[in-house]
Design a protein around this ligand. Structure first.
Ligand code: KG4
Ligand code: ZN
Length: 331
């Protein structure tokens, strides 16, 4: 049976609900809190939780309406329960439990990162196993072996900042605001990536990343250049440093392990330069490259629904004691 799932995602600053059948996304409503958190330069957990409370009911109702469905056509409810901000997660989990109890439908807790990892399946592309997943978001930067469906092995991760944090902190230092990834990408469009030299990947460790040195280097650059600093050139140079650090390690791992494919997921996967670089290199190496549409890279419930639908079909279930966790290993 292919499960039709109502999915809910509230792990950070997007309130999202979606209806998914198998790998097919029937609706995906994302209510962003960016304007709320912008004035503070980052996500304020307490405000995020309160905003989820306001948006969750309209979001799930809109997701059903967009899919032209009512509750009788939903087979189960999937919800992100880890990792993330516990106050934010608990809003989604509480809503999902209430719907599960009232509608008498099964419930399933989903790991947020598994949602990102399986998000390329929404494109209905076939990705051969084993493949490598480069997961890059605001909180995570990981190389994950996908040995077979639902079987993951962490190969490497960041030793300090996540790639998204490198964009966000760099953007703040350059006065481009929050969230930084899109702001840097836009500013970099008219800049020269060769103008300022910034540090690249750590050389002696093949699978681990480090971005804290880059942040320090941007801070020094801003101090040194003062009013002479070209913002487009600095943005382009920062973007190039992050893209090269990520792509060089991911591509080297693909080559060394002989993976048949590479997937690129998470909020930073929306970055055009990173997408183009990996697409070109994978074509050259003759391996499959898959990445979701940019709107399925940043946080969304559709990816949670894909995992939910596939896992419900395998017999996975949670009960009403489902809890939330700020961190949790991959399933
Ligand atoms: O996956 P996500 O939406 O939330 C987390 O689970 O963390 O990722 C958010 C991160 C932020 O750091 C944001 O700056 C980054 O993704 N991001 C981008 C772009 N769009 C979002 N980074 C680079 N280029 C983009 N176009
Ligand atoms: Zn995420």
């Amino acid at each position: 049976m292919t499960w039709t799932v109502l999915a809910i995602e509230t792990s950070c600053d997007e309130t999202s609900a979606a209806v998914v059948r198998g790998r097919e996304v029937l609706s995906n409503v994302v209510s962003s809190q960016i304007d709320l958190h912008k004035q503070w330069g980052g996500v304020v957990p307490e405000m995020a939780a309160r905003a989820h409370v306001e948006s969750i009911v309209p979001a799930y109702r809109q997701a059903l309406a967009d899919a032209q469905m009512d509750q009788s056509q939903i087979d189960g409810i999937a919800v992100t329960n880890c990792p993330g901000l516990v106050g934010a997660l608990s809003v989604g989990v509480t809503a999902a439990k209430a719907l599960s109890a009232v509608w008498n439908k099964p419930l399933l807790g989903i790991h947020h990162l598994e949602g990102h990892i399986l998000s390329p399946l929404a494109g209905l592309v076939e990705i051969p196993y084993p493949h490598l997943c480069l997961l890059v978001s605001g909180g995570h930067t990981e190389l994950i072996e996908v040995l077979e469906p639902f079987k993951y092995k962490l190969l490497g991760e960041t030793l300090d900042d996540a790639a998204g944090e490198a964009f966000d902190k760099g953007s703040r230092l350059l006065g481009l605001g929050y969230p930084g990834g899109k702001a840097i990408q836009d500013a970099a469009r008219d800049g020269s990536p060769k103008r300022y030299s910034l540090p690249r990947a750590i050389q002696d460790d093949p699978y681990h990343f480090s971005f804290s040195g880059l942040k320090t280097a941007v801070s020094r650059l801003v101090e040194r250049e003062g009013g002479k600093l070209s913002i487009p050139d600095a943005a382009a140079s920062l973007q190039a440093a992050i893209v090269e650090s990520l792509s060089s390690k991911a591509l080297a791992a693909v080559e060394q392990h002989g993976y048949k494919g590479l997937t690129l997921v998470g909020g930073v996967a929306a970055n055009q330069s990173l997408r183009e670089t990996l697409q070109l290199e994978c074509e050259r190496m003759g391996v499959v490259f898959a990445t979701p549409e940019p709107e399925l890279c940043t946080d969304n419930a559709a990816m949670i629904g894909i995992v939910g639908s596939l896992r419900f079909a395998r017999g996975d279930r949670s009960d009403l004691s489902l809890d939330c966790f700020s961190s949790a290993p991959l399933p």
